[in-house]
Design a protein around this ligand. Structure first.
Ligand code: BES
Ligand code: ZN
Ligand code: ZN
Length: 503
């Protein structure tokens, strides 16, 4: 992992191997203001602008070598786009290619001149946080299982440190606070990405539970693992039903962070299907290998709890994740089977591929024992959500408008969009069963909403609850600025943002 450090300009060995500056499009770039860049650099930059070689478009990068002594051997200019449109979201994207550029330049210890990225609307703390997130998220790579190093990942091509350069002590303290926050969030996202990348033969429910436990120990979370025997005692028929087609036993992971002076109790619930074949309602072969990421809801909950612990948030946060595998093994559930949930409700299983709601219903109803003030679940729940939004946002559904709006705002602040869908009572009618209280699928339309209506039936009475469907965004088919191809870790930044400023 890249170490990000905040350092005073005066403490950085000169010349720095590569020093990056942010440049706003259409704005005069002052070499003097920016860390005494020196005559030569100022001249080059001026020419780059007048010759229209570099204009500061978002994400544009131009690097040049200086012949004379200055603060840096190589100057890297980073386009930030027009100042008017500048936001933390645009900065997170624009800064992402810098890690690749530093690697390309073989720069051992590059730096970014932080004040050049600061703009009226945002504090240096926000900027340091965002840049840290951008660097750590964009440089993420899953280790993989190659027997010899993969091309392009040789030793000398690694980047192990980036300095965030500031010009005064007071800037340093504020930037350090931001850097720390960014590092906690980004390393939590990368932790979740690692879990999602891991193939289902290795990342079985028991291994995933053990990973949660290990992480909990490392960052001081309380961790309880419920095994099959206890799950049976709790009468979690849904979790047992989905697990019964697999040789792997189900688990229920409970993580707890109890901050000092915690006034609010929040349950986070995450879907943890370590592989979803669809069961007897088998999925098509195409893209099925991706269904190893059907546990990203659970991974996001683990990651959010990790952040809550490391930031020591003044909240009582409880993470609950039901883990199992959906396989059409020797003794699977079959379409038409009727199962009974822990809260006594009976469910007719019409489609064994709608398994997420069968495990989540148990975790949601179980959350009642904690008497939470709020519940939020996160799940790769419906293909319909991907059909609705593509990879542009999460689906958000809630029984409480205040909570829904809080989530939307946290999404905007963290750059992870959530879009609310209606929860009209009429949708529940689609889940009427002739033989049980509910069936597990509707007629096929409005699949995302109908799934949420199903979950709502298991939410403890009078508890504000929100559901995030991340099916369309939990996996990136092609790389994005700070999201390599693969599991994205979406929702974690939103959840941490929400918890961090909970009022
Ligand atoms: N894990 C899937 C949802 C999913 C689909 C996630 C595509 C990511 C990408 C879920 O368990 C599922 O199979 N849902 C069914 C529900 C249907 C049977 C009502 C679906 O969406 O097709
Ligand atoms: Zn499924
Ligand atoms: Zn699933």
């Amino acid at each position: 992992m890249i170490q990000i450090e905040v350092r005073l300009q005066s403490q950085i060995d000169r010349p720095c191997s590569a020093l990056a500056y942010g440049v706003f499009e259409g704005k005069q770039f002052s070499a003097q203001e920016h860390g005494g860049l020196g005559e030569e650099a100022a001249g080059v930059i001026k020419r780059l602008f007048s010759e229209k070689i570099f204009s500061g478009k978002p994400g544009q990068i131009f690097s040049f070598l200086l012949s004379s002594e200055g603060p840096a051997k190589i100057v890297v200019l980073l386009g930030l786009g027009p100042e008017k449109k500048f936001s933390l979201t645009s900065l997170r994207e624009a800064a992402a290619p810098l890690t690749g550029e530093f690697k390309r330049l073989h720069s051992k210890r590059p730096a970014v001149f932080l004040p050049s990225l600061v703009q009226k609307k945002f504090s240096i703390q926000d900027i340091a946080r965002t840049v840290t997130e951008s660097f750590l998220l964009s440089a993420y790579q899953f280790k993989g299982f190659h027997s010899s190093p993969k091309n392009g990942r040789s030793e000398e091509n690694t980047l192990d440190r980036i300095d965030l350069m500031v010009s005064s002590e007071s800037e340093k303290n504020r930037a350090e606070a931001g850097r720390m926050l960014g590092e906690v969030v980004a390393t939590s996202v990368n932790f979740a990405r690692d879990l999602g990348h891991s193939p289902a033969n290795l990342m079985t429910p028991e291994v995933l539970a053990a990973e949660a436990k290990k992480m909990a120990k490392e960052c001081g979370l309380k961790c309880t693992l419920l095994e099959e025997k206890e799950i049976r005692k709790l009468k979690m028929g849904g979790l047992l039903a989905v697990a019964q087609g697999s040789p792997h036993m189900p688990y229920l992971v409970i993580l707890e962070h109890k901050g000092a002076r915690a006034k609010k109790k929040i349950c986070l619930v995450g879907k943890g299907i370590t592989f979803d074949t669809g069961g007897i309602s088998l999925k098509p072969a195409k893209d099925m290998e991706k269904m190893k990421y059907d546990m990203m809801g659970a991974a996001s909950v683990f990651a959010a709890l990790r952040s809550a612990a490391l930031l020591d948030l003044p909240l009582h946060v409880i993470g609950i994740a039901p883990l199992c595998e959906n396989l059409p093994g020797a003794n699977p559930i079959k379409p038409g089977d009727v199962i009974t949930a822990r809260n006594g409700k009976s469910v007719e299983v019409i489609n064994t591929d709608a398994e997420g709601r069968l495990v989540l219903m148990e975790a949601l109803s179980y959350s009642e024992i904690f008497q939470p003030d709020f519940i939020i679940d996160i799940a790769t729940l419906t293909g319909a959500c991907a059909a609705t939004f593509a990879d542009q946002c999460m689906g958000l559904m809630s029984n409480n408008q205040t909570l829904a709006e809080k989530i939307v705002r946290a999404g905007t602040r963290s750059g992870e969009r959530a879009w609310q869908l209606p929860m009209w009572g009429d949708y529940l009618g689609m889940l009427k069963s002739e033989v049980a209280d509910l069936k597990n699928v509707g007629a096929g339309y409005a699949g995302t909403i109908v799934a949420a209506k199903f979950l709502e039936q298991f939410v403890p009475k009078d508890t504000p609850w929100a559901h995030l469907d991340i099916a369309g965004v939990a996996w990136a088919d092609s790389p994005k600025p700070f999201t390599p191809k693969g599991p994205t870790g979406v929702g974690i930044r939103l959840l941490v943002e929400l918890l961090k400023d909970w009022k």
